[in-house]
Design a protein around this ligand. Structure first.
Ligand code: NAP
Ligand code: HSE
Length: 445
């Protein structure tokens, strides 16, 4: 039975999807049932890697959704609008949706899920996180028997590609970013990649699925790699670390509040989470430290499974299209057995089942890397140590790395400390005689 596909977008991902549908040989037999009926693009005159009959292309995405031959709508155009409205239009028409649009899902996921539940259609999003890595369905389904402690990972291919090439080749930031754009890894506006917003969208989605309820996207503390200094990448390497853009969502333990550190307690009807994105120093032996180039990896820690790591290409046409087609096949398979007549499967539809709240970041606990620019004179390191001690910040190591012409750079790595105490120490250090600047401050695992 032929299943009509309507594609909204024929850029990097859309072209990858069209290429799979155009060559079903050797793939699952259901791929051969999928017919690319209509495709919406912005510019009909743009050359395309795949030739499609001209009558299948349109600049009117609504016409794709409304076409009676289209059974499944695949949104791969990106951006917030009209993508959100088009997804809602497809749902209202009773058509299941597959989307790779993490920006829309992270912000409007609840609205979309509610509309989909009401209409009894699936909206599947495997391609929205981790490119070709199957991570959404494993979190929704395969790990459902676990209490999830932490989800952490490298979930932006562009920034991992940039950081890897900067570290390995000493390549210049702007040049590597241009390569990432040319290779189809970067977002239409690459600021979303380098400023951390794309990773924040993705960790909001992963946390929402792992912990069973929507996570407020705007509450995620986000820092990208755009202000990262190559000098810190080099110093980190000297100290046995690699720098990665890490996204983390972790359950804040109940006993943290009981211990009086104000970390926040799990509300009776929900879960308290610390969710954040920032460049992070990883010890070289950490499982995520060996993830290079455009690859992503997501480490899920749960009870009773322990640690499970998902690894693979995090961006690009082929890998992302692989994830999109997996979702299409899931829907096509259900359709082949008559559709979701008895209602949606709560695991596949990922219905929310509890409230997720974000804790106050100043009360969370982390290890830190600090680079200070100081005068190279007696007593400076002692005064810095005193400030940390006064704020109850325990130091793991303190080294002077580069001293010349009366100036020095001092790098401090702290033990795990509460954020507000760490900030208090930095405030006092900034005001110290002999300290010229707190030049960099990064999280450390
Ligand atoms: P892209 O290369 O910029 O392609 C976007 C496509 O959508 C283009 O074909 C464009 O038409 C079309 N389009 C945009 N606005 C439109 C409108 N208003 N009406 C009709 N067509 C419109 O983007 P992409 O890299 O494929 O990404 C698409 C989505 O997938 C985004 O949500 C992105 O975040 C997500 N994603 C991308 C990757 C990746 O590796 N690239 C990975 C995972 C998820 P024209 O071709 O005529 O310009
Ligand atoms: N721009 C995104 C990235 C695409 O680099 O990871 C994949 O979601």
């Amino acid at each position: 039975m032929a299943i009509g596909i309507g594609l909204l977008g024929l850029g990097t991902v859309g072209s990858g999807v069209a290429a799979i549908l155009a060559s079903p040989q050797g793939r699952h037999p259901l791929v051969g049932e999928l017919v690319l009926e209509r495709v919406a693009v912005r510019d009909l005159s743009r050359p395309r890697p795949l030739t499609l009959p001209p009558e299948r292309l349109t600049t009117d995405p609504e016409a794709v959704i409304d076409d009676p031959a289209v059974d499944i709508v695949v949104e791969v155009m990106g951006g917030l609008e009209p993508a959100r409205s088009l997804i809602l239009r497809a749902i209202a028409a009773g058509k299941p949706v597959v989307t790779a649009n993490k920006a829309v899902i992270a912000r409007y996921g609840q609205e979309i899920a509610a509309a989909a539940a009401e209409k009894g259609v699936y909206v599947l999003i495997e391609a929205a996180v981790g490119g070709g890595i199957p991570i959404i369905e494993p979190i929704k389904q395969s790990l459902g028997g676990n209490r999830i402690r932490r989800v952490s990972g490298i979930i932006n291919g562009t920034t991992n590609y940039i950081l890897s090439r900067m570290a390995d080749e000493g390549a210049a930031y702007a040049e590597v970013l241009a390569d990432a754009q040319r290779l189809g890894y970067a977002e239409a506006d690459p600021a979303a990649d380098v400023e951390g917003g794309d990773a924040a969208d993705k960790i909001a989605i992963l946390a929402g699925l792992a912990y069973g309820g929507p996570v407020e996207r705007g509450g995620i503390a986000t820092e990208g790699i755009d202000r990262l200094d190559a000098r810190d990448v080099a110093y980190a390497a000297q100290l046995g670390f690699v720098v990665k853009l890490l996204a983390v969502a972790e359950k804040v333990e109940e006993d943290s509040a009981a211990a009086g550190d104000g970390h926040g307690a799990e509300p009776p009807d929900g879960v308290a989470l610390d969710v954040r994105v920032h460049p992070t120093l990883l010890p070289k032996h950490h499982p995520l430290a060996g993830v290079h180039g455009v690859n992503n990896a997501i480490l899920v820690e749960g009870d009773p499974v322990g640690q499970v790591m998902f690894f693979g290409p995090g961006a690009g046409a082929g890998p992302t299209a692989s994830a999109v087609v997996a979702d299409i096949l899931n829907i096509a398979g259900i359709r082949q057995v008559g559709g979701p007549q008895a209602g949606l499967d709560p695991l596949l539809a990922a219905s929310s089942w509890r409230h997720c709240s974000l804790v106050d970041g100043s009360m969370t606990r982390h290890r830190n890397y600090v680079r200070l620019r100081t005068r190279d004179e007696a007593g400076v390191i002692g005064r810095i140590g005193t400030c940390f001690g006064a704020a109850q910040v325990s130091i793991q190591s303190i080294v002077q790395l580069d001293a010349r012409e009366g100036e020095a750079e001092i790098v401090v790595i702290t033990h795990e400390v509460r954020e507000d105490r760490f900030r208090e120490a930095l405030g006092a250090i900034e005001a110290l005689e002999g300290v010229e600047a707190v030049a960099a401050c990064l999280r450390t695992l």
